[in-house]
Write a protein of this length. Structure first.
Length: 413
C-alpha cells in the first residue's frame, strides 16, 4: 500500500474492503463466509451513511400509555438498556401496588444509526420508564428515550462435524437476528456536532426519540410532557432552522405596539429571530434583514418604502457564534393605519458553524412566537404540526438557504 493509501485509510474511518476471490479447488471454512458477509454489510453501511445520512426515517413516535392500557397489542420483544429481553406485555402481570404507571409506547418505524445500521421496530413496544432507567439515575424527573441497533443469536443447531479442537460437537446458533435496544437515561445525551458524518463514525450510537419532562413513576405520562424535537430526522446533516420570532406572523398591531416591537424609540427592543443552533455572527451583515412598508389606508395605497435598521450588537459571551439576533429600526419614519410591514431575512447568507446556510423557508407562516403567551398561531385552524408529525413548526424544507418572509399589519387603535 502506498503512503497516500495509508493516509486515506487513517483519515477515512472505514474498514478495509476485501472480498472473497474464488478459484478451482479452494478450501473454504466458516470464517471465509463470515468475512464475505461482513464485506457486503460494510459496503451497504458505508453507502447508507455517506450518500444518504442517518436518523429517523419514519414512525418511532413516543406516545403516552393510558392508565388502563398496560399492554401493547402486537408489540415486539425488545432489549432494554440493561440487556435483558422484555416482552411488551410483561407489565400486565405486575401486582397493582408495585406497578409503575410512567409508561410510554414507541410506535413502529424505521431509523438508521450513524454507523449505517437499519433499526426496525415492527410492532411497537411499551416501556416502563423506571424499570428501564439505570438505578443510579432514578432520582430525576426528566428522562430521555431512545433506541439503538442490536443483534442476538437465534436457532440453535448441532454441528454435523466436530471442531478439530473439541471433544464433542456443541450446539451453535445458526442465525443472527437484527433487533433493537431501548435506552432510557436521566442524563442529557450528547449532541452530534460533526460537520461531516461520512468520513468519521460517531461515538454515540443511540438514536434519541423524545425527552419527557416532569415524569413521575406512579403517574401516567401526559402527552404535553413528551417533546420529540430532540430526534434527528434522516439526512446527511441536521440543518439549522429558525425556531422562533418575537412577533406574530400576520397579526395586527397598533401603531404604538409596532413602534415598541421595532425598537423605534427603545435601543433594547427590536425584532428577534431565534435559531435551532449557532450561526456565525460575522454573517449578520447589512442587507441580510430588510424591512419594507406597504402603505394602506382609505386613499391611494400600495406605495412602498424601506425602513432603515441595524443589528444590535450580540452579547459579549456570544463571540463568534450566536443563536439569535435582534434587528431594530434606526430611522424615524412613522407607520400609519392600514400599513403592512414586510420582514425579509435572507437565510442563504446566514451561515452556521459548518458554514452551511440556514434553512429559512417560512413554510405556511407557522414559525411560532418566542413568547408563548402572545402566540396566536393556535387559533388558526389546521396544520398544527409539520408533515413529520413532530412539532413545533420551524422554518425550512430540507433544501437549505432560501428567504424567510413574514409580515404584520398596523392599525390606528
Amino acid at each position: 500500500m502506498t503512503q497516500t493509501g495509508k493516509q486515506a485509510t487513517a483519515e477515512f474511518d472505514a474498514p478495509p474492503l476485501r472480498r472473497l476471490r474464488y478459484f478451482h479447488g479452494q478450501m473454504l471454512g466458516a470464517r471465509d463466509f463470515q468475512r464475505e458477509q461482513e464485506y457486503h454489510r460494510e459496503k451497504l453501511k458505508l453507502r447508507m451513511r455517506c450518500l444518504l445520512g442517518y436518523g429517523v426515517v419514519c414512525g418511532l413516535h413516543v406516545e403516552p400509555v393510558p392508565q388502563d392500557d398496560d399492554c401493547a397489542p402486537g408489540g415486539d420483544e425488545h432489549t432494554t438498556a440493561a440487556g435483558e429481553s422484555v416482552p411488551a406485555e410483561e407489565s400486565a402481570a405486575e401486582p397493582e401496588h408495585t406497578r409503575h404507571r410512567a409508561k410510554v409506547r414507541i410506535t413502529p418505524g424505521l431509523a438508521v444509526d450513524c454507523d449505517g445500521n437499519e433499526v426496525v421496530v415492527r410492532g411497537g413496544c411499551v416501556i416502563d420508564l423506571w424499570k428501564a432507567l439505570p438505578p443510579d439515575e432514578r432520582d430525576t424527573d426528566t428522562v430521555w428515550v431512545g433506541i439503538r441497533y442490536a443483534e442476538r443469536p437465534v436457532e440453535a443447531t448441532r454441528a454435523v462435524y466436530n471442531d478439530g479442537c473439541a471433544d464433542t460437537s456443541d450446539c451453535e446458533f445458526g442465525w443472527t437476528e437484527e433487533c433493537y435496544k431501548v435506552c432510557v437515561t436521566g442524563c442529557e445525551p450528547p449532541v452530534d456536532e460533526r460537520c461531516d458524518t461520512c468520513c468519521s463514525r460517531c461515538e454515540h450510537k443511540t438514536l434519541w426519540l423524545a425527552r419527557i419532562d416532569s415524569a413521575d413513576r406512579h403517574e401516567p405520562v401526559r402527552q404535553d410532557r413528551i417533546h420529540m424535537n430532540v430526534r434527528r430526522p434522516f439526512g446527511r446533516h441536521l440543518p439549522t432552522v429558525i425556531t422562533g420570532i418575537n412577533w406574530i406572523h400576520g397579526h395586527t398591531y397598533t401603531v404604538d405596539e409596532a413602534k415598541a416591537l421595532l425598537g423605534t424609540q427603545d435601543e433594547d427592543a427590536g425584532l428577534v429571530v431565534r435559531f435551532s443552533s449557532d450561526v456565525r455572527t460575522d454573517t449578520l451583515r447589512p442587507g441580510v434583514v430588510e424591512l419594507q412598508v406597504i402603505e394602506g389606508g382609505s386613499g391611494r395605497n400600495a406605495s412602498t418604502w424601506y425602513m432603515g435598521g441595524t443589528f444590535a450588537e450580540p452579547d459579549a459571551e456570544c463571540g463568534e457564534f450566536t443563536q439569535e439576533f435582534r434587528y431594530r429600526q434606526t430611522t424615524r419614519e412613522t407607520l400609519q393605519d392600514g400599513d403592512r410591514v414586510m420582514i425579509t431575512v435572507r437565510a442563504a447568507f446566514i451561515l452556521d458553524r459548518c458554514c452551511r446556510p440556514v434553512d429559512g423557508t417560512h413554510v405556511g407562516g407557522r414559525v411560532p412566537s418566542i413568547d408563548a403567551d402572545t402566540d396566536a398561531s393556535a387559533a388558526r385552524a389546521g396544520c398544527d404540526l409539520p408533515p413529520s408529525g413532530i412539532g413545533p413548526w420551524t422554518s425550512g424544507t430540507g433544501a437549505g438557504g432560501d428567504v424567510f418572509e413574514s409580515w404584520f399589519f398596523v392599525k390606528e387603535h
